[in-house]
Write a protein that binds this ligand. Structure first.
Ligand code: NAD
Length: 481
């Protein structure tokens, strides 16, 4: 027998221990060649005063095993607790969240009988960087960060995943008609990456109409890749319209490590009653088995599970009179899957996994040519509520310098000076754009000098953003209005 693959296992909270036991019973009976190393996470750890919800020693174990099968946890009520999921994804660099949503019609009720979509969500960036500020009495901000390497990693992973899993098309969802720089970068990287995969069809949708299409006609889609927030929302929508969030598993893939979990939470009200559906975690464990190269065991487990669903043996959450044959508890459901190991479904499509598909993943490219960056201006943000936009414009024109002239003032992104409209609603948060003459390069000292003049004129400067040209192209959005 080949050496067992060590995996870290967390039993979690609520229904976690029951569904983890069921999952491990099934995969071990199926022949998974794994060595289980248990880690403690979740509520008990939080309540011991560890704000990340995971014992510090557990990180060592995760870094050693590199594979983590995790049951859901309960985040205690009240503030101050950090999300264990967000911390784990970021600390271990798990950049791609893979969430398949499949319908099992006619055995599990769904309005979309033909649905087999995999959403690949960027997992580390976007609005999840956790960089938020209150800037004025009225205004709060959250920074949306999209990076080139972050986008390249997840988009490349989506195409590699499609190729390795016999998928035909990768779709990208963005909102780059509005967020031209951030989502625009994601779109650009998608086009560049797609060009390297001529065997895979590619298409791009603006996320609003794309989401509507996904909810209405999910059979149109195959693999969909998207930035973090859209992926967070739409992967739950996809799982729910396929039949139930209780059936969906997910993987979180990094360059070194990977984490596998159900997409649902710890359902505390169902805990300890042998009621919960272990399917989400079991399908996550199937993804884990494929990841560690035990594809045959993965297929055996997955097919036995499909046969159990097809035979109408259902937990309470998907039980339907007239369709289901037997209402099973967690343990009975697991026993039913175990009895069917070796069987394949006859109505639902059986799965098979390639024995080994090594993915050609993103690698740091040392040859990337850095763009030439030239400073041409500065956006000065003010907390101010002493008059009209015209008052502010004339006062600030006085502090302009020869090298940096006031060009425009916006409030919540809408131009209010010069020639604003009196109807535009204004808050206490003003963005004042100073630019050099005809895009001339300026020294950082000019910005410092301007800020000195702004402060000396008793303006409350809350932040600045330098305005650069990158290879001659503005690295800042134009002003609306
Ligand atoms: P939840 O997913 O736990 O439950 C939502 C609903 O789905 C409930 O009605 C529940 O009974 C049902 N349900 C969920 N999983 C089920 C299963 N396997 N079988 C049968 N029914 C199931 O979401 P919630 O109630 O919003 O959150 C409960 C706790 O879980 C919270 O503390 C939350 O922070 C945590 N949570 C953890 C994770 C995670 O660890 N990955 C994810 C989401 C929520």
């Amino acid at each position: 027998m080949t050496q067992r693959i060590p995996i870290a296992v967390a039993y979690g909270d609520g229904i976690g221990p029951e569904i983890m036991k069921a999952t491990l019973d099934i995969i071990q009976t199926a022949g998974a060649n794994i060595e289980i190393e248990t880690v403690e996470i979740g509520e008990k750890v939080y309540l011991r005063g560890i704000e990340t919800g995971m014992d510090p020693n557990a990180w060592e174990l995760l870094r050693r095993t590199k594979v983590f099968l995790k049951a859901p946890i309960t985040t205690p009520q009240g503030g101050g607790y950090k999300s264990l999921n967000v911390t784990t994804r970021k600390a271990l660099g798990l950049y791609a969240n893979v969430r398949p949503s499949v319908s099992y019609s006619p055995f599990v009720h769904t309005k979309h009988p033909v649905m087999n979509v995999v959403i690949i969500r960027e997992n580390e960036e976007d609005l999840y960087a956790g960089i938020e500020h209150r800037q004025t009495d009225q205004v709060y901000q959250c920074l949306k960060l999209i990076t080139r390497p972050g986008s390249e990693k997840v988009i490349r992973y989506a195409f590699e995943y499609a190729r390795a899993n016999g998928r035909k098309k990768v779709t990208c969802f963005v909102k780059d008609n509005i967020m031209k720089l951030t989502d625009g970068l994601f779109h650009k990287v998608f086009d560049e990456t797609a060009a390297a995969y001529p065997d895979i069809e590619n298409e791009l949708w603006i996320v609003d109409i794309g989401a509507a299409k996904l909810a209405d006609t999910p059979e149109h889609f195959d693999v969909i890749v998207m930035p973090n927030l859209y992926g967070d929302v739409l992967s739950d929508v996809a799982a729910q319209i396929a039949g139930s969030v209780g059936l969906a598993g997910s993987s979180n893939i990094g360059e070194q490590c990977a984490m596998f979990e159900a997409i649902h939470g710890s359902a505390p009200r169902r805990a300890g009653q042998n009621l919960a559906n272990p399917s989400g975690l079991l399908l996550a464990a199937v993804m884990m088995l494929v990841h560690i190269g035990q594809s045959e065991v993965a297929a055996r487990v997955h097919n036995a599970w499909l046969k159990t669903i097809e035979d109408g043996i259902h937990t309470y959450d998907i039980f339907k009179e007239g369709v289901s044959r037997q209402k099973a508890g967690t343990a009975e459901f697991a026993a039913a899957v175990i009895r069917r190991l070796g069987d394949v479904p006859s109505v639902l499509t059986p799965v098979s996994y390639e024995v080994s598909h090594s993915l050609s993943l993103w690698q740091k490219n040392g040859h990337h040519k850095k763009a030439e960056k030239r400073l041409v201006g500065v956006d000065v943000f003010l907390d101010w509520e002493q008059g009209s936009p015209d008052d502010l414009g004339s006062a600030l024109s006085q502090v302009s310098m020869e090298s940096l002239q006031l060009q425009v003032i916006t409030n919540r992104g809408v131009k209010v000076w010069p020639n604003g409209l009196p109807e535009t609603f204004c808050t206490d948060h003003w963005r004042c754009r100073f630019l050099s003459n005809e895009g001339q390069v300026i020294a950082p000292g000019h910005v410092v000098e301007l800020l000195k003049r702004v402060t000396e004129s008793c303006f409350d400067n809350i932040k600045t953003e330098n305005l650069y040209l990158f290879d001659g192209v503005p690295g800042f959005s134009a002003v609306h209005g």
